[in-house]
Ligand binder design. Sequence first.
Ligand SMILES: [Zn+2]
Length: 351
Amino acid sequence: MSKPFAWLKKFGLLLALGLASCLSPAQAAFINGQNYVPFADWARANGLKCFWLKRGDEIVAANRTTRLVFDKDSRMVEVNGINVALSFPVAVDKGTLLIAQLDLNSAIRPLLFPPRFTDPKRITTICLDPGHGGKDAGNHTFWRSEKTYTLALALELRDQLQKAGFNVILTRSKDAYVELPDRPALANRRGADLFVSLHFNATPTGKNEVEGPQTYCITPVGASSTDAQGEGANYGSTAANRVEQRSLLLAYQVQKSLVKNLSAKDRGVRRARFAVLRDAAMPAILIEGGYMTHPAESKRIYSAVGRRQMSLAIVKGILAYQRLVSPLPPTLPSINRPVGTNKVSIPKRAP
Ligand SMILES: [Zn+2]
């Protein structure tokens, strides 16, 4: 059970076990400074039917095209098969799911109902940011450094994006140290339309168990980051918050593509105020492409074929995002086709 739930238990809100309808009448509540509202009301107003699964452990809200799954012990919600971190844990009161209004506004609504952006600028230039470099090696396992593989992935991804018709700029193209603020600053200066930072994870424990990509975008104002380490909810607004809904959509589409195309374990879309994200003026994400410490996943990271698979999955995610927000698809070669006709094939397994 995640730590954030300790306080919920204290407040006696996790009372409802067993089968119960999440349509029971409930009142809005103020919990730990957050305004919580009955999710069923919002779901009903938006054409979703709400019901409990697994003897009261999971709540589903669904219609013909959408399926949300809330787990009362997790702050992750599954949105059409992909995990998305909420900023605050859901609560259950008298058999009814309560959700923070902030999460409805900053996570659920923008993903289910992507807003019509008033200035839908066509995506032409993408800034890739290979994590670390020079004196900053990033994670390492034995003799392998993260910085080597983030650069290798970025160079492969650059080639794939260029084939798809995008202009690509890199925050570094060799083993050089670049200060964190200089990375989004370059993207801002060059007028990039998207910023994509590339990293790989490592874990000191559970090397055989912990695997899978995760994709970050900026934390909403008023919330703590998913894995906040001392950074609180009172951080305030950043440049990135001005385009946070687009960043969330981009993060979601890229995470979805990585999980589906690589058959990878889904570690979810998460929120963070990383230095490289918070100063970016354009939609910006940070991809943790997998675990260097996992025996099977590391093979994908360390092999050219594996990085090609990963790059193609990222390109597909970017193209899916583009279809949602950009009015005119660029005239691009085969990789950039409408949904369902994309002929790019991605081998399922790394060698
Ligand atoms: Zn890193």
